[in-house]
Design a binder for this molecule. Structure first.
Ligand SMILES: *[C@@H]1O[C@H](CO)[C@@H](O)[C@H](O)[C@H]1NC(C)=O
Ligand SMILES: *[C@@H]1O[C@H](CO)[C@@H](O)[C@H](O)[C@H]1NC(C)=O
Ligand SMILES: *[C@@H]1O[C@H](CO)[C@@H](O)[C@H](O)[C@H]1NC(C)=O
Ligand SMILES: *[C@@H]1O[C@H](CO)[C@@H](O)[C@H](O)[C@H]1NC(C)=O
Ligand SMILES: *[C@@H]1O[C@H](CO)[C@@H](O)[C@H](O)[C@H]1NC(C)=O
Ligand SMILES: *[C@@H]1O[C@H](CO)[C@@H](O)[C@H](O)[C@H]1NC(C)=O
Ligand SMILES: *[C@@H]1O[C@H](CO)[C@@H](O)[C@H](O)[C@H]1NC(C)=O
Ligand SMILES: *[C@@H]1O[C@H](CO)[C@@H](O)[C@H](O)[C@H]1NC(C)=O
Ligand SMILES: *[C@@H]1O[C@H](CO)[C@@H](O)[C@H](O)[C@H]1NC(C)=O
Ligand SMILES: *[C@@H]1O[C@H](CO)[C@@H](O)[C@H](O)[C@H]1NC(C)=O
Ligand SMILES: CC(=O)N[C@H]1CO[C@H](CO)[C@@H](O)[C@@H]1O
Length: 841
């Protein structure tokens, strides 16, 4: 199939008249051929980034979108979150963080396009993969297969959504920003579980999507079996080997992982920008035409929106950090990459087929895109782990290890993926403001309201309907006096043969401990007395599953048996006991997280509570720190629970759960294939200590904060930190290509044949000044921002030159030329300039 045009010319003309008043309301026709997407008939190389609207606040959206635009993106990609939009069947929510039309309009106003990944199954590390809780209780429903009840609900939602967005004129044909839409998501990973029915479902959902008349091309990611009427796209750390399943479709990459998500108890994954840039450059080099960063801004799993066991932070090590601040050098280096790719775009779109690779060595190759009209762009790649020199078109080029050089005129290198010109910024958590005067209230252990009893263990989600994380499992057990030593208590093990996701155990009203498991066995040491012992287990889901087949059958809580092991007389099986269940917490039913709800009962000053290891509600008020910088709540003095501010949930916290001690490397080598276990950081530290506190949710004074703390801690040590750049560093070689880099104020407009080398640039935030230079060396310094070291060659004027140029300034530029440093410190040696500066106010 050749080019498919999705818009008729007349539709274009009708909307074109409106365009005279509103530039961005111009209709854009979207089609594609084997090389690329075409906008108004013109092939485009498009760079896209994922920003999930409910993972930030509407107040943050314009800033995030502006940073994406400035970072060189053309397209914003987002999933649609069905369970956010339809929390109760037939009751839709498009307000607050779920105001999708508003988000899309902001993208449009920025002059950018949208890839709308409707799903409605989206995975996304989002609760239940986006399926509403009520969907699993529809009789006979089976998700993501040829099942009538499921298809009915899916079609109803997809049509409702498309119609709503059509009414708001948000599709490209209508002058809106949406140029692509996605149906289903990564179905290729699970379709084998559904056999024939899976293939029928795939055809059905494709036809259903197309028949909504959204008039944009539809894509399916990770689905090699995608029908011909949709474009199959690639997700992964690398996609340069990817080709779509038919000749008429362009190579598109919908998920290029900028980092990875984090789970409670795990170290923080990072992906070095040199490797990320390498993967993107390789993709375009080998014929890619559309690539998306997953995530460009990861954000926060506010409320209870995260998938099973992921942290509340969904930072993803993305170019824009969780708080909405740019992450340097990732953001800046990719911006430079995008500028270089844009210079290549005329040549890339001028060819109909991808040129063959030109070998430059055993691990080196070039691709040369030559249009018939004289345009030419080349990519030189090396996947060697050592630096090499190659000859291309009779010219010699240094090619650093694991890198791609971009030559938009087939001659001059304007960018190399391994040479980072952008500065590194270390964000400081400064000005910690303590939150004090806490009052507390104990959550009752066990029953507080309507309970039910059975002689069996019950699955948790069927009872909670996911309206709460919590459910009490209560029973009692008789212990024979002969099992108890003279001192009065017997130590034994309470074994839950399956548990999801975590549980606090109480025996005779005393906290015994906390366990967690992903559906497997969990064991807790307990102490028993002779006679009757009350066993109370507070079982918790920490988000529902979001990945895999048969999600409607998901089970949580304790279902496969509970027993006590380790008593002299043997094991006591308790699965068949009489169990009493209490859904949720009393504090939840009283809405203690709201000001009004908190009036429903008497609280006590925290100083009167030294009572750790009990379930405690805590509340107080605090004033917002002045300024505009982003805010983080430091919960390192607390253990586990949930936190609300002014009645809005900031999410779950589990700051007492440390990451594994091992697996973090001292330095992260960007060379070689990346995986989600490479370049881990924060081993042995809390997997999440800081929690995003959006300013938009705060008042200047008397903000109402509530914690439900499950294990104890010291609330008086909770603080609010103001996030500001603390240290900025840069390390640039005298041969650094083309000063696209760092910030727009050094940006050059056009390509010249012999670009001078880039200056070193350091920049603190608006309102800050460079207070001192902590390292400076022109010569052969090594190391990075964490610790630079002098090399054999060093100009002793380096510190003075940098101090003079930078201290007291918000930003400074230092050219990398000998004369500035007095003299050439080591003639004939290739030199670099490295500097670290402290930012202050
Ligand atoms: C819609 O979602 C937002 C964000 O969770 C929430 O604040 C608001 O109350 C919801 N509105 C309705 C009508 O459910
Ligand atoms: C799509 O357009 C066709 C043809 O105009 C029409 O028959 C069909 O009802 C439309 N479908 C929807 C969901 O609007
Ligand atoms: C060559 O063709 C490309 C793609 O059609 C176009 O963008 C570019 O401007 C043309 N360049 C010249 C020098 O004509
Ligand atoms: C790469 O460089 C290292 C260190 O300089 C050297 O030991 C190794 O042999 C080189 N590898 C290759 C394949 O040249
Ligand atoms: C308690 O243990 C004693 C001694 O082993 C035994 O004789 C008795 O039957 C046990 N009682 C119960 C209720 O299991
Ligand atoms: C009772 O004695 C056992 C065995 O000596 C010991 O392990 C346990 O800690 C003691 N319990 C108490 C409550 O003293
Ligand atoms: C809180 O209670 C007051 C007095 O009863 C009432 O006027 C107000 O609407 C309530 N606020 C909320 C958010 O429910
Ligand atoms: C709690 O502390 C505040 C301030 O120290 C004091 O005014 C108040 O009376 C105390 N409340 C109780 C219930 O002790
Ligand atoms: C905060 O931002 C506003 C608007 O951008 C600006 O007018 C104000 O000066 C800033 N305040 C501080 C303390 O930086
Ligand atoms: C730097 O080195 C030169 C040559 O060795 C010497 O003359 C000069 O005094 C040194 N300057 C400083 C500031 O140390
Ligand atoms: C979930 C998923 O799509 N995983 C794939 C990501 O990409 C890597 C490398 O391309 C594949 O190995 C995974 O299967």
């Amino acid at each position: 199939m050749a080019a498919v045009t999705w818009i008729r010319v007349c539709a274009f003309l009708v909307v074109a008249s409106v365009m005279l008043q509103m530039n961005h309301a111009r209709a854009v026709s979207v089609s594609y051929d084997q090389r690329a997407l075409k906008l108004d008939g013109q092939r485009r190389m498009l760079i896209s980034g994922s920003i999930h609207y409910p993972r930030s606040t509407p107040h943050m959206w314009p800033g995030l979108i502006a940073k994406a635009k400035e970072g060189g993106l053309d397209v914003i990609e987002t999933y649609v979150f069905w369970n956010g939009h339809e929390p109760r069947r037939g009751e839709y929510n498009y307000s607050g963080r779920y105001n999708l039309p508003k988000f899309l309009k902001l993208v449009h106003e920025a002059g950018m396009y949208v890839n709308l990944r409707i799903g409605p199954y989206v995975c996304a590390e989002w609760n239940s993969g986006g399926f509403p809780a009520w969907l699993r209780f529809i009789p006979g429903v089976e998700f993501r297969t040829d099942n009538e009840p499921f298809k009915l609900e899916t079609q109803r939602f997809v049509e409702h959504l498309v119609n709503k967005l059509k009414k708001e004129k948000l599709f490209a044909e209508q002058g809106g920003p949406i140029i692509l839409a996605q149906i289903e998501n990564e179905y290729g990973n699970i379709d084998s579980s559904y056999g024939e029915a899976g293939q029928r479902y795939l055809n059905w959902i494709t036809n259903m999507a197309i028949s909504t008349n959204a008039s944009v091309p539809w894509i399916m990611c990770q689905q090699p079996e995608a029908p011909d009427s949709v474009i199959n796209t690639c997700n992964g750390f690398y996609c340069d080997g990817f080709r779509p399943n038919s000749d008429g479709k362009p190579a598109m990459w919908t998920e290029n992982w900028t980092g990875w998500f984090q789970s409670w108890g795990q170290a923080a994954p990072t992906r070095p920008v040199q490797d990320l840039a390498f993967s993107v450059a390789r993709f375009f080099q080998k014929g890619g035409s559309f690539q998306n960063y997953y995530m460009y801004h990861g954000g926060t799993n506010f409320e209870r929106t995260g998938v099973e066991s992921v942290t509340t932070s969904y930072d993803y090590n993305a170019p824009i950090d969780e708080y909405g601040d740019i992450r340097q050098p990732k953001w800046g280096h990719l911006k430079d990459l995008h500028a270089a790719l844009k210079l290549c775009e005329p040549a890339l779109i001028a060819v109909d087929t991808v040129p063959p690779a030109i070998s430059l060595g055993p691990n080196q190759e070039a691709h040369m895109y030559q249009g018939s009209n004289g345009t030419c762009a080349a990519f030189l790649a090396s996947w060697d782990t050592n630096d090499t020199t190659v000859v291309f078109q009779d010219v010699s080029y240094d090619l650093p290890a694991w890198s791609v050089s971009i030559l938009p005129d087939c001659k001059s290198v304007v960018f190399n993926t391994a040479k980072v010109g952008a500065q590194t910024v270390t964000m400081g958590m400064q000005g910690a403001v303590p939150i004090t005067n806490w009052e507390s209230l104990n959550e009752p252990l066990g029953a507080w309201g309507n309970t039910f009893s059975t002689n069996a263990l019950v699955e948790q989600i069927a009872s909670t309907k996911d309206t709460t994380d919590y459910m009490w499992y209560m029973t009692n057990v008789q212990v024979n006096a002969s099992d108890v030593p003279d001192n009065g208590s017997a130590t034994a093990t309470l074994v839950m043969s399956s548990l999801r996701d975590a549980a606090h155990t109480f025996v005779n009203g005393i906290y015994a401990g906390t366990v967690n498991a992903n559906g497997y066995q969990a064991s807790q040491t307990i102490s028993l007395r002779p006679g009757t012992n009350n066993i109370y287990i507070l079982s918790m889901t920490m988000g529902l599953q979001g990945y895999g087949p048969f999600l409607e059958d998901e089970k949580a809580g304790i279902q496969y048996g509970v027993r006590i092991e380790g008593l002299p007389s043997g094991t006591i099986e308790m699965g068949g006991n009489t169990w009493t269940y209490q859904v949720g917490l009393q504090g939840e039913s009283r809405q203690l997280h709201t000001v009004n709800g908190s009036y429903s009962t008497q609280w006590k000053n925290v100083s009167q509570y030294s009572d750790h290891n009990s379930l405690t509600w805590m509340k107080t008020k605090f004033d917002m720190p002045v300024g505009n910088s982003t805010l983080a709540l430091d919960l390192s003095s607390m253990s586990k629970g949930q936190v609300w501010v002014n009645g809005i949930s900031l999410g779950r916290y589990w700051s007492s759960f440390n990451a594994q001690r091992d697996g973090c490397e001292a330095t992260c080598d960007y060379r070689g294939s990346h995986s989600q276990t490479k370049c881990l950081t924060m081993c042995g530290q809390p997997s999440q200590r800081w929690y995003h506190l959006p300013r938009q949710w705060l008042l200047p004074k008397h903000n109402f904060i509530v914690l439900f703390e499950e294990k104890g801690g010291n609330p008086d040590a909770i603080t609010i930190a103001t996030r500001m750049p603390q240290r900025v560093c840069s390390h640039i070689s005298e041969s650094h290509p083309f000063p696209l880099s760092v910030t727009s104020w050094t940006r050059r407009g056009s390509l010249t044949s012999e670009p001078p080398s880039a200056p070193l640039a350091l920049e603190c935030a608006d309102g800050q000044r460079i207070s001192s230079i902590s390292f400076a060396s022109y010569g052969t310094p090594s190391g990075d921002c964490g610790g630079f070291m002098l090399g054999a060659c060093h100009a002793n004027t380096s510190y003075d030159v940098l101090s003079k140029a930078c201290v007291g300034q918000q930003k400074c530029l230092v050219p990398i030329v000998n004369s500035i440093f007095g003299d050439d410190p080591c003639p004939g040696v290739s030199k670099t300039l490295a500097a670290a500066a402290e930012c202050g106010t």
